[in-house]
Ligand binder design. Structure first.
Ligand code: ATP
Ligand code: MG
Length: 288
């Protein structure tokens, strides 16, 4: 690839003088969910959040997966014993005390997940208001104190109580879908769980955003899946599609988002474009 082109892209990612992304009319809380493993939930969470943060929009990521992959990519401390989302769920720390600032941007915050979260799915079962513990922790006061415009909640690959907590705490669901053969399998189950939550626990929840990930232009299949998803979900699907890119998969190994790791890469650019779409939808009057 020509170096000049890459440098231009890097400049776009790193020097947001060409325009900050718009702040939302109201604070947005998005849960990134898909019970299917490895579809790009964490990658999308951290890179969308980083893109918004780099462009002036203060963003909080809540790592709700005991694997702690989002905490790794954002590079916040998540050794056992660190105040984390586990303590937040059991009411031992406040949101403000659990949130850490990323070394990659002052606008990027993260409540980490430690290994202590691994037992939470079972511990929660016997707790009072077990489905709404995260919601109770994400108070307007605490979010205002952190001064964040966006909250992204990264879910584990299951539909258990952690994901239910995320769905109850959010206004919107963002579903990443991998462009491959079994992409739509299991989606019905996710959607019916979302409906149940809407019915009983969170009336205002909506599936606002679908992001196609790991697109491989060499395969016909990727185009078929893309078309099928667009036919099924319409306007909710972001126009930007995230390509399969080695840089995207390498970045977490360096404790970085792809925007920090290789801002000139196609992967970084596509997450930047996707984040801009998300941000534009958040401005009143522009919402589709
Ligand atoms: P889990 O269900 O385990 O939480 P996930 O849905 O969060 O997984 P990721 O961890 O984001 O999925 O991605 C799965 C794997 O695919 C990771 O190794 C990641 O680095 C890689 N990956 C994600 N997006 C891309 C991409 N656009 N190009 C190449 N690799 C990618
Ligand atoms: Mg993940």
């Amino acid at each position: 690839m020509p170096i000049a082109e890459e440098a231009l892209r890097a400049a776009k990612v790193l020097h947001p003088d060409e325009g900050f992304m718009p702040r939302p009319s109201k604070r947005r809380v998005l849960t990134v969910a898909n019970q299917k493993g490895g579809v790009g939930k964490t990658t999308s969470t951290v890179n969308l959040a980083a893109a918004l943060a780099l462009h002036g929009v203060k963003t909080l990521v809540i790592d709700l997966d005991p694997q702690g992959n989002a905490s790794t990519a954002i590079d916040v401390d998540h050794r056992s014993g660190t105040p984390s989302v586990y303590e937040l769920l059991i009411g031992e720390v406040s949101l403000v005390d659990a949130a850490q600032v990323s070394s990659q941007s002052d606008n990027l915050l993260c409540v980490p997940a430690t290994i202590d979260l691994a037992g939470a799915e079972i511990e929660l079962v016997s707790m009072q208001s077990r489905e709404s513990r995260l919601k109770e922790a994400l108070t307007d006061e605490a979010l205002a104190q952190l001064d964040v415009d966006y909250v992204f909640i990264d879910c584990p690959p299951s539909l258990g109580l952690l994901t239910v907590n995320a769905l109850v705490a959010a206004h919107e669901v963002l579903i990443p879908i991998q462009c491959e053969y079994y992409a739509l399998e299991g989606l019905g189950q996710l959607l019916s769980n979302i409906e149940l939550v809407q019915k009983h626990l969170n009336r205002t929840l909506s599936v606002s955003t679908i992001l196609l990930t790991m697109y491989d232009g060499r395969t016909k299949l990727a185009d078929q899946v893309t078309q099928e998803v667009k036919n099924h979900f319409g306007e909710v699907v972001l126009k930007t599609i995230i390509p399969r890119s080695v840089k995207v998969s390498e970045a977490p190994g360096y404790g970085q988002t792809v925007l920090a790791f290789d801002p000139g890469s196609r992967g970084a650019m596509s997450y930047l474009d996707a984040a801009r779409e998300v941000a534009e939808r958040g401005v009143e009057g522009k919402q589709e």
